[in-house]
Design a protein around this ligand. Structure first.
Ligand SMILES: Nc1ncnc2c1ncn2[C@@H]1O[C@H](COP(=O)(O)OP(=O)(O)O)[C@@H](O)[C@H]1O
Ligand SMILES: Nc1ccn([C@@H]2O[C@H](COP(=O)(O)OP(=O)(O)O)[C@@H](O)[C@H]2O)c(=O)n1
Length: 245
């Protein structure tokens, strides 16, 4: 499948050849925690002039709202009942991504350990996924030049017709070392265990689990620098655009 970039209606702009028109490009980047999705996606979007959406931040935002509103995240029915309540707004400039919940900046609170520990339970609830997936599709459809969307189920469920799908992987050791490096003083082996536990929950849930789409390009980042991963994805986007001309 995949949306053929070159098969879109050929619009004729005054003084501009149709072949010069750059169509919006949709890039889906999925994979487990610490594989480099956010850093790669932001950099690729910035380099190519695309919008950027961190879908994990949206699931963290709704989890933070549940916690601050006293909802027991282990109670799936209570989470489902409340899923439509918070207003979640994502800013998609890769130079300055933002997220607000009911108008309040949530970029700091969504990164706490409590949210990290509870986000998998909330994101497994089908009503939550339906709500957040709807937001993601509207944001992608409105991006003027195209968008890089990163998460767990973008290539499989949210944007199955994306022009390019990437699935990033890395060894648990490399991922834990990267994450522990961000959380000053964090123990690498405890971080590794927590990552493995969250990946297992995300991969085994019934509703839209973490999975590689059949037509995704898998990139193992264990031995690559971040710059190498960025260059790899930028090259793959350029190849897609060239093939679509
Ligand atoms: N290829 C890489 N080599 C070394 N460090 C990396 C690499 N990719 C990402 N990082 C670092 O690892 C950490 C986690 O990356 P991030 O992009 O947040 O991963 P994810 O979004 O998949 O959880 C960040 O500090 C980032 O700078
Ligand atoms: N498309 C997505 C993105 C994230 N998530 C959930 O949100 C959590 C946090 O995602 P994240 O991208 O912020 O995680 P990390 O950057 O910490 O790896 C994941 O562990 C999943 O439970 C999801 O279910 N579907």
């Amino acid at each position: 499948m995949g949306r053929a970039l070159g098969n879109r209606p050929a619009l004729s702009h005054a003084g501009r050849k149709v072949s010069d028109t750059v169509h919006p490009v949709i890039v889906a980047i999925d994979g487990p925690s610490g594989t480099g999705k956010s850093s790669t996606s932001r950099a690729v979007a910035a380099e190519l002039g695309l919008s950027y959406l961190d879908t994990g931040a949206q699931y963290r935002a709704i989890t933070w709202w549940m916690i601050t509103n006293g909802i027991d995240v282990a109670d799936a029915a209570a989470v489902a009942d409340a899923a439509a309540k918070p207003a979640i707004v994502s800013g998609t400039d890769p130079a300055h991504p933002t997220i607000t919940v009911d108008g309040v900046d949530a970029s700091g609170p969504i990164r706490t350990q409590e949210v990290t520990a509870k986000v998998s339970a909330v994101s497994a609830v089908p009503e939550v996924r339906t709500r957040i997936t709807g937001l993601q599709r509207s944001i992608a459809a409105a991006a003027p030049n195209g968008i890089v969307v990163e998460g767990r189920d973008i290539g499989t469920t949210v944007l199955p017709d994306a022009d390019l799908k990437i699935f990033l992987t890395a060894s648990p050791e490399a991922r834990a070392a990267r994450r522990a490096g961000e959380l000053k003083g964090a123990d690498v082996s405890a971080t590794r265990e927590a990552l493995i536990k969250r990946d297992a929950a995300d991969s085994t849930r019934t509703a839209s689990p973490l999975a590689k789409a059949a037509d995704a390009v898998e990139v193992d980042t264990t031995e690559l620098t971040l710059q190498q991963v960025i260059e790899c994805v930028v090259t793959l986007v350029a190849e897609k655009r060239a093939a679509a001309k």
